[in-house]
Write a protein that binds this ligand. Structure first.
Ligand code: DX5
Ligand code: ZN
Length: 216
């Protein structure tokens, strides 16, 4: 099943609730929450207070993408604040398995992420342990960048690894995905699509509907 996970990084925070209702109305089931610490990535976004505010107001599946150094310090707190899936960068920790375990203990789903320069083989040892692999299709840190098409080759490699192991791991792509190029991500084998600016920078409801049609 293909899933659209709109990134609220590109929403209008003045009317965040309205923007979230708009994508719900379009039929969206997931919401992508980007957390940046100014260390692992050059920018700072938001953290627990946004989750605590959004969680009681929506049933959307909250997919939290942690772009933070030493994620083991915070993964359980994000789970407590309402994340349904906690996703961290394997480049950000020296103890990937320990971090996966900490998230598992909370009962929430687990995701691992790789940046554009990290090879696909880096996730192989963890595939049995996680629910989702996020392959970044831009350098993490900002919304509104251009897709790096070579990253989709890594999606193909990981999709094959997952199939060879008989797993049903979700593969997510994030960064620069638009209505014009989403077909490339799907063809490469991604089944969870993050889209920020291309959903929220225009009519969020209409754009999310268009995406969902393409994902069917
Ligand atoms: C970038 C974030 C993305 C971002 C995507 O570091 O991880 O989730 O919001 O935004 P777009 O779709 O505009 O590239
Ligand atoms: Zn993201």
């Amino acid at each position: 099943m293909n899933i659209l996970s709109p990134s609220i990084l590109s929403a209008d925070f003045w009317k965040l609730g309205e923007d979230i209702r708009a994508v719900e109305k379009a039929g969206v089931k997931w919401l992508h929450v980007d957390v940046m610490d100014g260390l692992f990535v050059p920018s700072i976004s938001y953290g627990m207070p946004i989750l605590q505010c959004v969680r009681p107001k929506t049933d959307l599946f909250l997919d939290v993408h942690l772009m933070i150094e030493k994620p083991e310090r915070y993964v359980q707190e994000f789970a407590k604040c309402g994340a349904d899936l906690v996703n961290f960068h394997i480049e950000a920790t020296e103890d990937v398995e320990g971090c996966i375990q900490l998230i598992r203990e909370t009962g929430k789903k687990v995701g691992i992420t790789i940046k554009p320069n990290t090879p696909p083989e880096a996730v192989e040892a963890y595939l049995e342990l996680v629910d989702m692999v996020l392959v970044m299709t831009v350098e993490p840190g900002f919304g509104g960048q251009k897709l790096i098409p070579e990253c989709l080759d890594k999606v193909q490699v990981i999709r094959k690894m997952v199939a060879d192991k008989g797993l049903s791991t979700d593969i997510q792509v994030d960064g620069g995905i638009s209505l014009d190029n989403v077909h490339m991500a799907l063809e490469a084998g991604a089944n969870v699509i993050v889209a920020g600016s291309s959903v929220f920078k225009n009519d969020a409801c209409v754009n999310a509907e268009e995406f969902l049609k393409k994902l069917q």
